[in-house]
Design a protein around this ligand. Structure first.
Ligand code: ATP
Length: 500
């Protein structure tokens, strides 16, 4: 298939996934009845279950599988100096450019990246690489005029107005600010956190001391983060309000690269364990490092729109803790009484930090894209197509559907009895409307791994049929075996075992 043709097919696939997500209650635009709010989304009845399952799995893997990692839930609002210390006030910027005709605002780097992607799609790989390298250099030198000239010399036009009538490139801070305090004069500007990590840094000693933690140890947190992204596109890939799952791992200086490698491996293994195929994942090493990092890598997933970051692993040195020590004037040191090669305690130091930072919404989108399956089924002379969501059963929003074959003869009562016996342990659906075939289809569309049909034989011998979502095969089994059968497939244990 020609590259361009392939890109069109892939975009069509993303469109299908977006409409599927809306139609089956996974993701809605925020304030939908008011035509939505750009780059803000709500999770529907299926979406919230899927997202909670992803977050729970991450949380349990981090905190239960690692004895030296504990959790935290810090507030979204933080002292304004936190963001001064972290560098976000001064340098959490994106370069933006406006088109004077359409009045549309773009990220200057994204316009150039899109041009490079176009070159790549046309097989002009070297030109694409050279363009990206040139942009990288200009941004590093903070040469914003140079970035503008590059946009013009590459003939990049606004997709709306079709013109190259560009303003200057300016830096735009991505943090949202608001005011605290009831009296205007007393009010103080504070920010909605753009990352959860700083909540961990400022609590480093609270957790270390009260938990009697010894370096190396980690603190994990899941929470909302906010960024005023200029370019909001690709559905929930880039949002203005999103959720992060971050872990800061505090280590002895000099051992950071060893831990960096360990976490890099461990996090990729996690993505594989939840069913993402190896060929859809890759590492992307950062060539241009953030001011605080001495190594950084992204784990990228092959979305329908190309390989893109889902998680970052960063070696952040002692940058953040040192900065907080300076601005708060509170010591951020840790006393390490382990003995070094000379037989003396390592003593006081500010730990180095390895960070793993994943977006819950990006992992959600990855899980959804990976699960979305269309297949042709041959039945005799005819073929029909089937769409289903092939979620790992541990992540599936609904674990089983209980379906009485008919609405009479005591089948609903029997089915309800089964439902009630399982509902405390599994999220399930009970459905008696429509033909059994239609009900199977509905469950396929939301990715329910098991459909349990209750028929007349059930009343006689207490057995049911269990239909498997992926193979469509049905097996008959005693009701008493259902709990074990479902549990084996949906519990996190099988994932834990792969990671142990
Ligand atoms: P990008 O280059 O895509 O903007 P980033 O390098 O700024 O991402 P980090 O600051 O490293 O991202 O954030 C860590 C993780 O948080 C990312 O891997 C991603 O999963 C998630 N994330 C970051 N920004 C957004 C966003 N606007 N919407 C959804 N998830 C996000």
């Amino acid at each position: 298939m020609a590259t361009q043709e392939k890109a069109t097919v892939e975009n069509a696939q993303l469109k299908d996934i977006i409409s599927h997500a809306k139609e089956y209650g996974f993701v809605f635009s925020s304030s939908d009845i008011y035509d939505g709010l750009q780059a803000v989304y709500d999770y529907g009845q299926m979406g919230v279950e899927l997202k909670n399952n992803i977050k729970n799995l991450w949380w349990k893997c981090m905190t239960q599988l690692n004895q030296n990692v504990v959790g935290l839930d810090a507030a979204i609002f933080m002292h304004p100096l936190v963001w001064k210390a972290s560098g976000h006030v001064d340098s959490f910027n994106d370069p933006m450019i406006d088109n004077k005709d359409s009045k549309k605002r773009y990220r200057a780097d994204v316009l150039i990246e899109d041009k490079a992607a176009q070159y790549e799609a046309e097989g002009r790989v070297e030109e694409a690489g050279a363009l990206l390298a040139e942009m990288g250099k200009l941004l590093e030198d903070e040469n914003l005029d140079g970035v503008r000239e590059l946009i013009i010399s590459e003939g990049i036009k606004c997709p709306i107005s079709g013109t190259a009538n560009w303003t200057d490139v300016r830096q735009f801070n991505l943090m949202f600010s608001t005011q605290v305090g009831s009296v205007a004069e007393e009010s103080q500007t504070i920010y909605l956190r753009p990352e959860t990590a700083q909540g961990i840094f400022v609590n480093f000693l609270n957790v270390q001391k009260t938990g009697r933690m010894k370096v190396p140890f980690g603190i994990a947190q899941i929470g909302k983060a906010f960024r005023n992204e200029i370019v909001a596109r690709q559905f929930i890939f880039r949002m203005r309000e999103f959720e992060q799952m971050e872990m800061q791992f505090f280590v002895r200086p000099g051992t950071e690269m060893e831990w960096y490698e360990k976490w890099k491996e461990a996090r990729k293994a996690w993505h594989l364990a939840i069913g993402i195929p190896a060929e859809s994942l890759r590492y992307h090493d950062h060539e241009k490092l953030a001011h605080y990092a001495n190594a950084a890598v992204d784990i990228e997933y092959r979305f329908p729109f190309g390989f893109k970051e889902v998680e970052g692993i960063h070696s952040r040195t002692d940058f953040d803790l040192t900065q907080h020590q300076e601005l708060s004037r509170k010591k951020m040191q840790y006393f390490d009484n382990d003995l070094n090669e000379e037989g003396k305690p390592y003593g006081n130091y500010i730990p180095y930090v390895i960070e793993t930072s994943a977006g819950a919404d990006r992992l959600f989108l990855m899980t959804l894209c990976n699960a979305y399956t269309e297949e042709e089924i041959v039945e005799g002379d005819s073929t029909k197509s089937r769409t289903f969501l092939k979620f790992h059963p541990a992540l599936a929003p609904v674990k089983a559907a209980i379906l009485p074959l008919t609405k009479k003869d005591g089948l609903p009562e029997k089915a309800t009895e089964i439902f009630d016996s399982l509902k405390y342990d599994f999220n399930m659906i009970y459905e008696e409307r429509d033909s059994i075939g239609k009900r199977y289809t509905r469950q396929d569309l939301i990715g329910t791994p098991f459909c349990i049909a209750v028929d007349h034989q059930t009343l006689e011998d207490n057995t049911v049929t269990v239909r498997d979502r992926d193979s469509r095969e049905q097996v008959r089994m005693p009701i008493s075996e259902l709990h074990n059968y479902i549990n084996k497939a949906v519990s996190f244990k099988s994932i834990f075992e792969k990671l142990a």
